[in-house]
Design a protein around this ligand. Sequence first.
Ligand SMILES: [Zn+2]
Length: 172
Amino acid sequence: MPGPGTYLPDATEGVGRVEDLPAPRVVRRSRNFPRRICPRCARSAYRLRTATRKLHDLGDPVGGRPRELHITYSQHRCRHCNHYFNADMTDLALPNGHYTHRVVNTAVRIVVEDGLPYRTASWHLWRDHRVFVPFATIQNWVEASGEKSGTASPARVPRRRARRVQRVHRRR
Ligand SMILES: [Zn+2]
């Protein structure tokens, strides 16, 4: 665990409202396909329409800006079994999630491995990774990762020496 270097106050210290945060850098991704295999009956399903989804990703600590993925994806209807589904995006995030796996994994890791309290982890994510995550959301992720240990949950991390390394980050 590397020690801290020269102390420089964060430029956004004291910023309390999401609206006041710097504008995100938008990165466009596509999961837009004319046809996909139906996950229910394994036959081919045509695209019905396209839609967009926004995901908060780990940001750019050098430029100080958050990073947001804007994903254009196809929605499909299977003619054979009448199943509606979206093009697969589970490589980027969980269904209905607002954050990428990278954000979830980083948040869980700094709580479980580094032993940071939820509120401190939330501040840490903003300060070092430029992603704003409410502490209650981090708590949900950590609890989910604990309950689901043994499954293939992407948020799962090893629980070795959890909370042994208690680092104290003081805000001024
Ligand atoms: Zn089907």
